[in-house]
Design a protein around this ligand. Sequence first.
Ligand code: ASP
Length: 360
Amino acid sequence: MRSKVLGAVLAAVMVTMAGQAAAKPKWAIVVHGGAGVIERDDLTPEQDKAYREAMARVANVGAEVLKKGGSALDAIEASVKILEDDPLFNAGRGAVFTAEGRNELDASIMDGKTLKAGAVAGVTRTRHPISLARAVMEKSGHVMLIGEGAERFSLSQKLDQVDPAYFFTERRWQALEKALKAQGLPIPPRPKGAPSVPELRADLQHDEGEYRAGLAQVEKKFGTVGVVALDANGNVAAGTSTGGTTAKRWGRVGDAPIIGAGTYASNNSCAVSATGTGEYFIRLTVAREICALVEHKGVSLQTAADQVIQKDLTALGGDGGVIAVAPNGEMAWSFNTSGMYRARVADGAPLTVGIYKDDP
Ligand code: ASP
């Protein structure tokens, strides 16, 4: 009798395990478009819709790459490039300005299979900094390039070059002016090639999108972008791209291009992309810390992300969030701000899109 019961229990356990094995997604992708003070009342219905659509579109583009057997790195590069082109986000076109009135872009990418990584900081002419970070990883023999040298390497790789004015958006300029005024700092001249104010007014009649995105609601949202992915070969990777923080000074670089802080990936644990006030993320090596908890303590991905964001980051007075994916298909996000633009989808799991804390 006892052995019959035991047999039945064992069979049930095996069925459950088989079920779980079958349920492990072949691929998964999580994207973010920045965390910050984003309350329901801050966004008009149109803005809310525009951000949700952008997140959904980008997750779906990455998912298509993964479904076709593409690598996690390819999915990340393809989806981050779209966000870098979208003026809604603080990356590529739409990046925030330095106190000197420049767009200085940072990005990084990491391959969880090989632990290879590439990063760039302070670039001003490369249309897609994520592609430059990938080229650094794959072709430079180095991990991180900055400023002028990074620009020269970008040229040598024949990456898409743009005039710095390409990155200009009026909403970010207004946010800069506001931040500089608040700090009592001088307002630099508008960048060469940026539309003059009267030109812009005429423009806005055609470009309602940018206007809708809101001159009023910008300065408290960060808007960095990041993607983490698991591919059908079981490899994870992470990528992050940003303009940094509004009115940054003296060549300031945040966490986004710092491997281990804003970005990390290892097939032994997980892949993480962060967004928030970079100074705190660097000091806590947030991305690596989450992966280390998974690897060494064996905790779930969500537990590790919550530990670092809700406890450690919060205790230090930092603000922001992360997205993460593990080789077993677990996906997680955690943020201690009121919102984070985000989406996730996996083989067998439907697309989920969120902005506010109480979104699913
Ligand atoms: N983490 C970025 C930085 O500090 C900014 C952000 O995520 O909004 O540069």
